[in-house]
Design a binder for this molecule. Structure first.
Ligand SMILES: Cc1cc2nc3c(=O)[nH]c(=O)nc-3n(C[C@H](O)[C@H](O)[C@H](O)COP(=O)(O)O)c2cc1C
Length: 343
């Protein structure tokens, strides 16, 4: 079991290059970063400026491979990230079943040939990729939604696991286990470092994750709503106004649940599928091109877009680096208070 506050999360003296003192866990030690705060891969949003801002602040920024139309574009985006930071960053490789799969092997090669040493895998087992990544010195953080998949990832040699609770934006899986149970269950089952994901936005969340046995946190929606996030301000404003009740689970009937922001399109998709419809009946509504119009043009009702329950506690649009330092500072204050009161 990992992450007991008094042992695994060490509150050191201030580091030379950043404002807040280092917060070391097994995860930060394994990945060579300063703070146990990760910006998870996000389709369309996970680009150089956002990832670099998170890494530059001492967290781990992640650019999203499939956001780039070709492997060559991914190489260029990795270069752009390097121009903005010389700190470690990762690349997300999401591998989902698809009728016309992207050239995953070419993206994988682009990552390795670019000298990236941290990959966040998601969507399916990392096993088929482990030999290749290990041979090229790449550390894999596998993101999954269940303890059994986390244990499997550990058995095939990943460096760390990122475990997404039911609260998360995007694909929470089909088990519906919220973080309050999933995180300590993962802590009991895993020997490698792991980070908690889904529902985190501030220092209260990081402190809680550490107390539950995690070695850090991964955030999506919180970073989507930051200055460097390359989406329309209208979407960010919408997140700051939304409550925790303003998300919707689509594709439940298809066994491919996704948590998205509730709007007229998500409601329509649920209505059609509840009425006995199948995927072709909603294909146009959920098309990626419509989702892009939301992010690019700020037309909130144009299509579906991922957002987590945590939007209910996101109320501002700060620089991504400020999010990292604020989360760590708040967590340190909370942990110190708790230790002061009960320690
Ligand atoms: C707009 C958006 C797009 C996302 N796209 C991906 C993706 O392509 N691949 C992936 O592994 N996770 C994706 N995620 C999930 C995040 O990496 C992260 O696991 C999740 O947002 C955590 O939950 P939170 O939003 O409550 O922090 C996405 C999340 C958002 C908000």
């Amino acid at each position: 079991m990992s992450g007991a506050i008094s042992t695994d999360a060490t509150l050191d003296s201030p580091a030379k290059t950043t404002a807040a003192p280092r917060l070391s866990t097994r995860f930060t030690e394994a990945l060579g970063i300063e703070y146990p705060v990760v910006q998870g891969g996000m389709m369309w949003a996970g680009r150089a400026a956002l990832a670099a801002a998170v890494s530059e602040a001492g967290g781990l920024g992640v650019i999203t491979a499939l956001t780039q139309p070709t492997p060559a574009d991914l190489v260029a985006e990795i270069e752009r990230t390097r121009e903005l930071t010389d700190r470690p960053f990762g690349v997300n490789l999401t591998i989902l079943p698809s009728i016309n799969p992207p050239p995953y092997d070419d993206y994988r090669r682009a990552i390795v040939d670019s000298g990236v040493t941290i990959v966040e895998t998601a969507g399916s087992s990392p096993e088929p990729h482990m030999e290749y990544f290990a041979a090229h010195g790449v550390q894999v953080i596998h993101k999954c939604t269940s303890v059994r998949h986390a244990v499997k990832a550990e058995s095939v040699g990943v460096t760390a696991v990122s475990i997404d609770g039911f609260e998360c934006a995007g694909h929470p899986g089909e088990d519906d286990i919220p973080g309050l149970v999933l995180i300590p269950a993962a802590a009991d089952a895993l020997s490698i470092p792991f980070i908690a994901s889904g529902g985190f936005a501030d220092g209260r969340g990081l402190a809680a994750a550490l107390a539950l046995g995690a070695d850090g946190i991964n955030m999506g929606t919180r970073f989507l709503c930051s200055q460097e996030s390359p989406i329309s301000d209208a979407v960010k404003k919408r997140i700051t106004q939304a409550s925790e009740r303003d998300t919707c689970l689509i594709f439940r009937q298809l066994g491919n649940t996704a948590r998205v922001a509730r709007n007229s399109v998500s409601d329509e998709v649920v209505r059609i599928l509840n009425g006995g419809g199948s995927f072709p009946d909603v294909q146009d509504l959920v098309a990626g091109a419509r989702g892009r119009r939301v992010f690019d043009d700020g037309d909130i009702e144009a299509g579906i877009w991922a957002a987590g329950l945590v939007q209910g506690i996101i109320r501002d649009i700060p620089p991504a680096g400020e999010i990292v330092t604020r989360v760590v500072r708040e967590a340190r204050e909370i942990l110190a208070q708790v230790i002061g009161r009960f320690g």
